[in-house]
Design a protein around this ligand. Structure first.
Ligand SMILES: Nc1ncnc2c1ncn2[C@@H]1O[C@H](COP(=O)(O)OP(=O)(O)OP(=O)(O)O)[C@@H](O)[C@H]1O
Ligand SMILES: [Mg+2]
Length: 313
């Protein structure tokens, strides 16, 4: 790997993305509602939910990177833009007014904060139509339920229901499970979200789960080969047991360990990532190691039958 600088190798490791089955399933669901929007007058919207670190924002960003286009056309001498996806991360604290303003600004409204709440709403509907938005994607949706619960939920669910009804643009929301409180507050809004997709940590009980987990590790190893001379053998049976014990299948923990261990190996100018690198990374990330009886990367002949996973995290 003489040809790559340390920085470019580290950058590559940061950018590793694993296309795992749940990731593909979520992408497919979003693609389906997106396509439906071109012909349906009652489009279905989707909620993608899961615990922190389960990979929701990664799905959101990957979909936008793959499908978003901003096309400028001239119709009758007038400049018009066609924005395929309108997207934003909901700030905290959030209200229907602050989100209206954020979306207005995304759509190029010169004075997003001008006017009353209904005027902002009307401008937003007009701009969504003028831009021919096909899909709305919002991340961190649970920020709507963080404070002053009842009032905010009522206003937001009503605002949302109207926006979807009037524009007929499907919405894909990403957030913690709490997000459902807003959707289920209003039966009409709830009906528009028949699909609620949970992004879960990888399992490791059935043989197909074990196979999927090892495939994910293999995929990571393959990508690491771009910056190392040798395979790190992450998909080995014993190593997979160690990784599962260390991470409980949470992608955030897996990638934290992989990225840090790879950094140690790059700094050592090693040919591959070694188990010692993972042991060090595991010690460093206390939120990954906390609640675990041992450091699985320091134990010789590690198996999950010897060190079973307890429910306490
Ligand atoms: N498919 C993937 N491939 C590689 N890394 C991933 C993948 N999914 C998630 N990650 C990594 O895991 C970490 C957490 O992912 P992400 O931010 O998407 O989680 P989240 O569900 O949005 O969490 P939060 O609820 O806290 O916002 C990030 O560092 C991200 O790079
Ligand atoms: Mg996120």
């Amino acid at each position: 790997m003489e040809t790559m600088t340390r920085e470019s190798r580290l950058k590559f490791v940061e950018g590793i993305r694993v296309i795992h089955p749940a990731f593909m399933q979520a992408m497919q669901l979003i693609e389906d509602v997106h396509q439906e929007s071109s012909y349906s007058t009652d489009p279905h919207s989707v909620l993608v939910y899961g615990e922190s670190g389960s990979g929701k924002t990664t799905i959101y960003e990957t979909y936008i990177a793959k499908h978003n286009k901003v096309v400028s056309t001239t119709v009758d001498g007038m400049q018009a833009t066609n924005r395929v996806i309108l997207y934003a991360s909901i700030p905290s604290p959030a209200s229907n007014v602050s989100v209206s303003e954020k979306l207005l600004s995304e759509l190029g409204d010169p004075y997003p904060s001008r006017g009353t709440a209904p005027q902002k709403y009307n401008r937003l509907v007009k701009l969504i139509e003028a831009n021919r938005v096909e899909l709305i994607m919002l991340d961190e949706f649970q920020h709507f339920v963080d404070r002053d619960k009842e009032k905010v939920i009522y206003k937001v669910s009503d605002w949302f229901k109207s926006l979807i009804n009037q524009t007929k643009v499907p919405v894909v929301l990403f957030g913690l499970k709490d997000s459902e409180l807003v959707l289920d507050y209003n039966p009409q809004l709830s009906r528009r979200f028949p699909t609620r997709y949970q992004v879960k940590p990888f399992g490791y009980v059935s043989s197909s789960e074990v196979e999927t987990f090892r495939r994910v590790l293999h995929e990571i190893d393959k990508q690491l080969m771009e910056v190392f001379d040798m395979q790190s053998m992450l998909a080995d049976e014993e190593f997979a047991d160690r990784m599962y014990y260390a991470t409980r299948g949470v992608i955030d923990s897996i990638m934290k360990l992989v990225r840090k261990a790879a950094k140690y190996a790059i700094d050592r100018e090693a040919e591959r990532v070694e188990i010692e690198d993972f042991a060090k990374a595991f010690e460093l990330f206390t939120h990954v190691s906390s609640g675990k009886a041992v450091n699985p990367f320091l134990i010789e002949e590690f198996t999950l039958s010897k060190y079973p996973i307890t429910t306490a995290k």
